[in-house]
Design a protein around this ligand. Sequence first.
Ligand SMILES: [Zn+2]
Ligand SMILES: [Zn+2]
Length: 696
Amino acid sequence: MLGTWLHLACGLSRTATNSVLKVIELIILMAIRLGYMLANPSTVIFPLASLPSSLPIKLPHDVRTAINSLSLNPIILRSVCCPKCLTKYNLDDLPQVCPRRETSRSKVCGEILSTTHSSCRGPQVVPRTLYSTQDLASWLEFFLGQPGIEDLVDLSYVHQPSVGVMHSIWDSPAWRSLGSFTTTPGNLTFSYYIDWFNPFSNKIAGKSASCGAIMLFCLNLPYELQHLPENTFFAGITPPPKEPSMITITAVSDPIVDHLEAMWPGRNICTYRHPEGVSKRLAVLPGIGDLLVIRKAFGFAGVSSHNFCSFCTLHIADIDRLDYESWTARNGVHVRANAEEWRRATTKKRRKEIFDEHGVRWSSLHRLIYRDPVQHTVLGLMHNWIEGILQHHARCKWGIGIVPSLKANQDGNDDDPVEHIHPQIADDHDDDVDMLDAELLDLHAESQEFEDIPLHPKRARSMTASMHSDSASEQDISEDANSDDDDDIFQMAESDSESDGSQSDNNLDKQEWRVTCTFNAAELSQIHACLSNAVIPSWVERPPKNLGEKSHGKLKADQWLTLFSIFLPLVLPEIWLLSPSKQHMDLLDNFHDLVTCTKLVCSHSTSPEAADQYLQHYIQYRKSSKSIFPGVSTRPNHHYAMHNADLMKFWGPLIKLSEFSYERHNGLLQKIKTNGHLCMFLIFFFYILNLTLNFY
Ligand SMILES: [Zn+2]
Ligand SMILES: [Zn+2]
């Protein structure tokens, strides 16, 4: 275990770890010999002949043996996929070029699927891209094999929904929207989340790529346990270095939805309480993501599209309308029917017509017939409210941080103080390809030697655990990032809307910022003093004390929330109430509505009354914002936030479905040392997770 930990968690090389294992063996042997000599003084005379020459137990000399014997291997299904359209292929039957057509009358993809790499063993033909997903049934056996986990899941079946106030999804109408499914003992209900992260982290210049992590949380667990890594199903990591497009994302979602579809009617799963197996059904209820994900993964139109909202039929030209009662909600049945029509269309032109008319396209998740594509899609609170509304308010409406940025622009310096969360794809990915290539043959040999399938009794305790014939054992070869969909007029038409203004502050238009900051130097000092001196609980992270200055860099979402829920409500009334200016009173009223909405929408419990109150204050906030900040245009997030009231009524407290926990997992994935193997995140993560569980 020590060797495995050093290798997987600390990043020690395999050779060095193997040396450590040998030294440990020597130390133990020495200790045994010393003990033997102390117990038998006569051996001092003839030590060598009578002392033990080897250990009574066999210690592994190779860390791979240790990893195998600790049963850290998850069932990872690896298949070859086209680097361009991500279509899945069998390794044994791999065509030269990708024959897939987007529609029956489109031209073939034509991307070359394999490549030749020279090595010391001669030229080797290897697939260019692999895609890894985790087997759901085997993970469920791991998950439900944990002692006590079924007792915790059972709490959701006996839960009595509280009257009036909703404390979690268990109290919500959403929980009952699948009929009796969620409350039937044995059935499991999960959330579905997807987001992108840069496996090289954002700070390493020239090394940027994008992985999409697809995760499922078990909502039957008490809220505080849902997010533990051991209770999270990491379904798949989309092939780096580029994010899938709106069209190709179905190719990466399809294998995961295959698993989910198979679990809906039920399947025999071995659990801790039922080692012989028991029938389990599984459903996915909320699909959670930021705006980009909702567009891509759930089949809705982009934010700058004519049909820009996934919740209602309002057009983008009406983005400033506030008469919420007269809006028409989208209908899930119609959305699915239109998406189906889009899928059946035989030309891209026809698809574009359907998309332009209805603002929907096909999504793999539409195959889950029990889901309502509209009701069961949740726009994440973190991206929508905290980054989309609060951050926008501070930066674009108040102009906090504007001074250094404007100066930088005037100097012709593009050094934006804002860090980019969603990285651009680096053109020079060759280093990584070379590094992966060098490792490929070793890994191939290793996988054969160590049989790259989880045969350990702990992992293979299920009689039904199936080994998958289509698993490819080769290491991923990253492609050369030359996969622009330049023949896709549909995508080109959409490309303008990539920047959706919701993802992070990097999308806030500089020209939209106020020329002057709302606060003068004295007022800013007062805010800074509050940030320094206010007494707060030790577990609350204090925002930067020099707020607005370039040096503090980008604020995290929870720091924005802390700022607007703790510090600014303490100090801004002090500043504005003492002022005789009417403008300051207007600013205070506007801020009061914003803080009230924040308190209501980010609360850990909610009710229909609280949701109504939220909507009322939010409409007031938008009205006053228009007159106080006339130069600041309405962003799509401002419209989407109008729907938060209905989301609160349907889902209960939205903060408990927010992206925070998922983002933390993305952070963990990002930090894992994979020695440059971009596609190894899922495997390494599971190794480390299992290793941690073994320790405890
Ligand atoms: Zn292809
Ligand atoms: Zn809408």
